[in-house]
Design a protein around this ligand. Structure first.
Ligand code: BG6
Length: 477
């Protein structure tokens, strides 16, 4: 008989500050780089910006009540650095600190364990204006000041700390996840330099949790996709291994071993992309070994052989929401070229749908690193329709999530230690790349890209499905 989910398994869902909160300039909050990036993007595309998002700042009590109704025993959210330190450093903003105390108290009063992300793309804009943000090593010091304050302030109520969200995705989509001045955008080495600064920040945060939070646990939330070879030709299999090293192990080895993956590092050095390291950096990374790994899993990837003479390219994405309109695939000459997997169906935004990939990564990662694993994002971005009966019949989302929960169960059966599932997203929110019309939530937020309306909350069909799943500890799928 298949082993079920363990007792005490964490069931909930996830969001991030700038994607749900809104109130971008309320309560003493300073601008974050996402306020600026999304404003500029909105002017070009007509997508919503981050100023109102899902207006969670004003609706948080109602939202927590809905989470409770669904049966959540945990909730993943992020703290907006510029809500705590409007200028990125200096004195904390009491109203911002109070907002997160209120939210955490509300969660705890309703039986939910807060799972807190320290950094989810929203660096205070003041630090970008002052020294180009993550590009500059100076940021590590300011991150430490921020992290120390936050961890200390909330240490009595928060056990699970996520350090930095999706470093691997930040490297690929750096101008979307960070504000990068146009003059710097041709310097691709900076992608890996930013990542190195984040590795230092991550290690510092892990150490701070160990120092300040009794029983606290820390880990990064990594955007993770297994890489399959396009064919069984040995050169494609090798390309998939190369892609896995540079896109996955390059991050994981730092989190769990404290040093960079060898082959990825050599490739970066030979191509003038490797970050500059200073004496003591590796020691710091070794002191900040993670307690668990949080995975954001949406899709698997595919790679094929890439001749030396091919031109370097970085990941493209689909802006239109029409299948097949992806703007390109990452290409690392002589190492690998990413490509479409012909075996898998995709979402309207060309993300491959692959529940088996989830079982695969759990089993692979547990064997390799032997640390507890949790899902801190997984979900289907889709167009939802509010029908005349006032409902949202999102059976496609239920099908996607059901298959992924089944895959997770199978991985547990085969011995992987999985401690929680927090799909994306608790409620509809602002997508990082496709406005608010690409929806992920269990709770529909009634707004459009050009009209924020009242942001009324409506339970989708998936809300009731997930309630049943949680109520049966993953048995009734
Ligand atoms: C992850 C991010 O990359 O994927 C989230 O951590 C994001 O912030 C999610 O919203 C889905 O991506 P997108 O671009 O569809 O919003």
């Amino acid at each position: 008989m298949e082993k079920g989910f363990p007792k005490g398994f964490l069931w909930g869902a996830a969001t991030s500050a700038y994607q749900v909160e809104g109130a971008a300039l309320e309560g003493g909050k300073g601008l974050s780089q996402q306020d600026v990036v999304n404003k500029e993007y909105s002017q070009k595309t007509g997508f919503a910006d981050a100023s109102i998002a899902s207006d969670h700042y004003h609706h948080y009590k109602e939202d927590v009540a809905l989470f409770k109704e669904m049966g959540f025993n945990c909730y993943r959210f992020s703290i907006g650095w510029s809500r705590i330190f409007p200028k990125g450093k200096g004195e904390p903003n009491p109203e911002g600190v109070k907002f997160y105390h209120d939210l955490i108290n509300e969660l705890k009063a309703n039986g939910m364990e807060p799972v807190v992300t320290l950094y989810h793309y929203d660096l205070p804009m003041a630090l970008v204006d002052e020294y180009d943000g993550w590009v500059n090593r100076e940021v590590v010091k300011d991150f430490e000041h921020y992290a120390r304050f936050v961890i200390n302030e909330f240490k009595d109520d928060v056990k699970y700390w996520l350090t930095i969200n999706e470093q691997s995705i930040i490297v690929q989509y750096w101008t979307q996840k960070c504000y990068i001045r146009p003059e710097l955008q041709d310097n691709n080495q900076l992608r890996y330099q930013i990542n190195h600064h984040m590795n230092l920040a991550h290690a510092i945060a892990v150490k701070l949790v160990h120092e300040l939070v009794p029983g606290g646990m820390a880990g990064a939330a990594l955007g993770y996709a297994p890489v399959y070879p396009l064919t069984s030709k040995p050169e494609d299999v090798m390309a998939a291994q190369n892609a896995h090293d540079l896109r996955n192990s390059y991050y994981l080895d730092v989190y769990f071993k404290g040093f960079y993956n060898k082959s990825a590092w050599i490739y970066l050095e030979e191509n003038n992309l490797a970050p500059i390291m200073e004496p003591g950096d590796e020691e710091l990374m070794k002191e900040g070994i993670s307690d668990f790994l949080a995975l954001n899993y949406y899709a698997s990837e595919c790679a094929k052989y890439c001749p030396e003479t091919t031109q370097r390219r970085w990941s493209g994405f689909n802006q239109s929401g029409k299948k097949g309109e992806i703007s390109g695939f990452e290409t690392q000459p002589g190492f690998y070229q990413m490509c479409k997997n012909p075996e898998l169906d995709t979402t309207d935004w060309d993300w491959a749908i692959d529940p088996t990939g989830l079982e695969y990564i759990f089993r692979d990662l547990y064997t390799r690193y032997n640390r507890p694993l949790m899902i801190t994002e997984n979900g289907l971005g889709a167009y939802d329709t509010l029908t005349e009966d006032g409902k949202v019949h999102d059976e496609y989302r239920i099908a996607y999530l059901r298959d992924h929960v089944k895959a997770m169960k199978k991985a547990i059966h085969y011995g992987a230690e999985v401690i929680g599932y927090m799909p994306w997203s608790a409620l509809d929110l602002l997508s990082t790349s496709n406005g608010v019309k690409k929806r992920y939530g269990f709770i529909y937020v009634d707004r459009s890209d050009d009209d924020p309306k009242q942001c009324t909350r409506i339970r989708k069909d998936s809300f009731y499905w997930y309630q049943k799943v949680i109520g049966s500890n993953g048995e009734d799928l």
